[in-house]
Ligand binder design. Structure first.
Ligand code: BTN
Length: 323
């Protein structure tokens, strides 16, 4: 599995360029106590890794401040829990796989990448993960039973929607099972974020959960995925990904300490699925019905010909508002 990460020196160079409008090779070399050749070599590696650094007469310049700084992120997360560790990659296959490999030796870690070459979504679908988005997997160990673990996806998507509503716009909602969508107009919703949860259990007890979160932030996706959008496309501005990440995780950790049924009720309040006629697509079948509620075990309750059925997985398409 390709783990393309930065060395501590490369991270420090990136931080220095982030903090200064322009910086000479000499100044960087002095600050980091390395040779100018070493600065040059590391800058070339950063450029090849996709970082927008230019070399000008007066020195090196970082052309966009939209880069993830692992140390900054770790400091923010350590405020939430001192045990937090951040594993940052400028490229990896999927942060889910990296997090899984870390599960034996870490209790609380965030794996984050600038881009994923094999990002995956629910139902084994590919997840486009180009630069500018938030592609992260949280590795967490919780005293939950396997049955109780369904609440995690509701808690995470609720945290993401609340943070986006607070920071960006009140037009963000939730679509079952855990998509965060943006309301373009009365009937049209576009997906902004998705959640993928993979758990490992022994008997009925959770050993760990890997909570994958993908948020389209400063990436452009309109041409790649017509039913999706990003914060950049919605607002025509770039957003601080460190802030969004730390706020989402802070809220999620808070929800973990609260009554899960309270969370479920909050989730329902932002839902654009409930009360509508929907089509649920599952491998090999499509189910049409009215979305009534979410059950206490996390299923979507559908009414079909006056009978209620529970749906645990699938893709949900809103057809119309039910009268
Ligand atoms: C969905 O289908 O809606 C879930 C998408 C989850 C994508 C995230 S991006 C970070 C993590 N790594 C992956 O490969 N997938 C999840």
């Amino acid at each position: 599995m390709p783990y393309k990460t930065l060395t501590p020196t490369q991270v420090r160079i990136l931080e220095l360029l982030f903090e200064n409008p322009i910086l000479s090779g000499e100044k960087i070399a002095k600050t980091l106590n390395i040779s100018r050749t070493a600065v040059w070599k590391n800058i070339q590696i950063l450029i090849r890794s996709g970082y927008p650094i230019t070399s000008e007469k007066k020195g090196y310049k970082l052309m966009s401040k939209d880069v993830l700084l692992p140390n900054k992120l770790e400091s923010l997360l350590k405020i939430l829990d001192p045990k937090f560790k951040v594993y940052h990659f400028w490229e990896t296959s999927s942060t889910m796989d990296v997090a899984k490999d870390l599960a034996e030796r870490e209790d609380l870690a965030l794996v984050i990448a600038e881009r994923q070459t094999f990002g995956r979504g629910r139902l084994s679908r590919p997840w486009i993960s180009n630069e500018g988005g938030i592609w992260m997997s949280l590795l967490i160990k919780l005293p939950l039973s396997l049955k109780e673990s369904f609440v995690l996806s509701y808690m995470v998507s609720l945290s993401v929607v609340e943070v986006l509503r607070k920071l960006v716009s009140p037009r963000f909602f939730l679509k079952w099972p855990n998509d965060v969508v943006y309301q373009e107009n009365e009937e049209e919703f576009k997906k902004v974020a998705g959640v993928l949860i993979e758990v490992e259990a022994e008997m009925d007890k959770l050993k760990y959960a890997i909570i994958g979160i993908g948020i389209n932030v400063n990436n452009r996706i309109a041409n790649l995925e017509p039913t999706g959008t990003s914060l950049l496309e919605i607002t025509a501005q770039k957003w601080d990904r460190h802030l969004i990440i730390s706020e989402c995780l802070a809220l999620f950790l808070k929800y973990l300490k609260t009554d899960p049924y309270e969370t479920l009720n909050k989730w329902k309040a932002y839902s654009v699925t409930l009360g509508r006629i929907v089509k649920v697509i599952q491998p090999g079948r499509e189910i049409l019905g009215k979305a009534l509620d979410i059950s206490e075990d996390g299923a979507l309750i559908l009414e079909i010909n006056h009978t209620q059925i529970k749906i645990y997985s699938g893709d949900c398409i809103n057809l119309r508002t039910s009268s």
